[in-house]
Design a binder for this molecule. Structure first.
Ligand SMILES: Cc1cc2nc3c(=O)[nH]c(=O)nc-3n(C[C@H](O)[C@H](O)[C@H](O)COP(=O)(O)OP(=O)(O)OC[C@H]3O[C@@H](n4cnc5c(N)ncnc54)[C@H](O)[C@@H]3O)c2cc1C
Length: 438
């Protein structure tokens, strides 16, 4: 079977709309980046009556927004306990509350009836690969349920087979209100809604230079120049030093890889994943997996490396991890392997901000399906000077590091082999210790 290296999600689907051609000479709001963040920013501003032009380097959605795992729910990467330590009680609570609010906003966007995003409220199970991981999870569930009434359920080891048929886990947490969607359908639906609201979408139109002037920003593209009064940057993991080194120094990209199995018999999926949930592991390799939206395949994602590697190698590494969970997967064929870039802040939490008049929302750290439409909306409202744009995510840290000059994060190339060796060794040793104690 030849490995297909474009996203499984790109197969089929509705034809692309007709995009705008020459960029306008003048516009009220320019949005750079046509993923979930940019489309939501454009839609919000157009609904508020602004004239909006959106620019994307390629086909809008070609970034992470149509490449992701489609898992949708509220938590941030650092977790509530770290946020408490970093930001103090008030802001940590505000971030958690707004995370839930953002998820509810995005869920209603995709379930109101005018966008078919293939959303299913499947629940998400977070699986503990080691005993200490499970102890930490239990503490976290207790804290979150007491302060935020999140309804998180602790799943003891003996109840795991009801959710996933694997004997490698020591327990888990179940988030019943999380779900899964079809990323391309979600993105294209959002894009259709933004275009119907009046957003002019310019595809294959990279913004190569930004010049601040008395009237706002002068954008340069290969197809012409546009003078915009206001600007929202929505480039996340695809942010490059041109047109803005300031942002590129504060956001770094990490690739995430996904594989899709060939279609499997229904009884196989029923046997290996009886809960049909979204599933994530606690191992540092960040594995996340799910049945496909049509329930016929297993999609499996993770950090096959911290730098872009060949899809064949990534597929092999991810398949090995699948086999470690379900030994029978050794006979499954892998039909697709693709990658996309996630955008990270050094503080590991998204940020909505403004720098010399340039507004932006990004840094979802691999967890942006729920938050990107919400924070894109916030960025647009802030650019328009609307008080509804207030957000706790404007108070998170956005730092540069002297060793990151923007663009390719060379430090990840050095870290990648060590990271794989260290996390694999730590995970193996801990699992062996835990097994001896059972
Ligand atoms: C493989 C993978 C799996 C993931 N799985 C999940 C998941 O299951 N759940 C979850 O919550 N999150 C997941 N994520 C993260 C999630 O997909 C992102 O956080 C989200 O899509 C970010 O959307 P965005 O619009 O901000 O950025 P993107 O969708 O990446 O869009 C950025 C756009 O900016 C454009 N651009 C960049 N520079 C310029 C320029 N100079 N001019 C014009 N255009 C420009 C790019 O072409 C691109 O289209 C995953 C990410 C990846 C890569």
């Amino acid at each position: 079977m030849t490995l297909i290296t474009t996203p499984y999600w790109w197969e089929g689907g509705s034809p692309l709309p007709t995009f705008s051609t020459r960029p306008p000479a003048k516009v009220e709001l320019a949005v750079i980046g046509g993923g979930f963040t940019g489309m939501s920013a454009g839609l919000t501003a157009a609904q508020k009556g602004a004239q909006v032009a959106l620019f994307d380097s390629g086909i809008p959605g070609q970034g992470a927004s149509t490449r992701n795992g489609g898992m949708i729910g509220a938590p941030h990467r650092p977790g509530f306990v770290t946020e408490l330590k970093t930001y103090g009680e008030e802001l940590a609570h505000a971030l958690t509350r707004e995370g839930i609010e953002g998820y509810e906003f995005t869920k209603s966007l995709y379930t109101a009836g005018d966008i078919d995003a293939g959303f299913q409220q499947t629940g998400r199970i977070q699986l503990a690969n080691t005993k200490p991981h499970f102890e930490n999870m239990k503490m976290r569930a207790k804290l979150l349920n007491s302060v935020q009434q999140q309804g998180i359920q602790v799943i003891e080891r003996d109840a795991i087979p009801q959710h996933i048929n694997s004997d490698i886990y020591f327990g888990g947490l179940f988030y019943p209100d999380h779900g899964g969607l079809h990323p391309r359908m979600a993105h294209d639906g959002l894009m259709g809604k933004a275009m119907s609201a009046g957003v002019a979408v310019h595809a294959n139109c990279p913004v190569t230079n930004l010049e601040k002037n008395a009237d706002g920003f002068l954008l340069t593209t290969p197809l012409g120049k546009t003078q915009a009064i206001r600007l929202v940057m929505a480039t996340n993991g695809y942010t490059t030093p041109s047109p803005t080194r300031w942002l590129a120094r504060r956001i770094f990209r990490i690739p995430s890889f996904l594989i899709a199995t060939e279609e499997l018999p229904r009884e196989v999926i029923d046997r290996v994943a009886p809960g049909r949930h979204m599933m994530v592991e606690s191992r540092a390799r960040h594995s996340y997996f799910r049945p496909s939206a049509d329930g016929k395949r297993i999609l499996f994602g993770g950090r096959a490396a911290l730098v872009p590697i060949d899809e064949e190698l990534a597929a092999k590494r991810l398949h090995e991890t699948v086999i470690s969970i379900w030994p029978e997967a050794v006979s499954w064929k892998i039909s697709h392997c693709w990658r996309g870039f996630t955008g990270f802040t050094f503080a590991m939490i998204p940020h909505v901000g403004e720098h010399e008049g340039m507004h932006f929302a990004m840094g979802y750290c691999g967890n942006g399906v729920a938050l990107s439409p919400w924070l894109g909306r916030k960025a647009a409202l802030r650019a328009l000077g609307d008080a509804e744009g207030e957000t706790a995510y404007a108070q998170t840290r956005l730092e540069a590091r002297p060793y990151h000059i923007g663009g390719n994060p060379w430090f990840m190339g050095i870290a990648s082999p060590w990271w794989r060796f260290i996390v694999d060794t730590m995970d193996r040793r801990q699992a062996a210790r835990d097994r001896r104690e059972i």
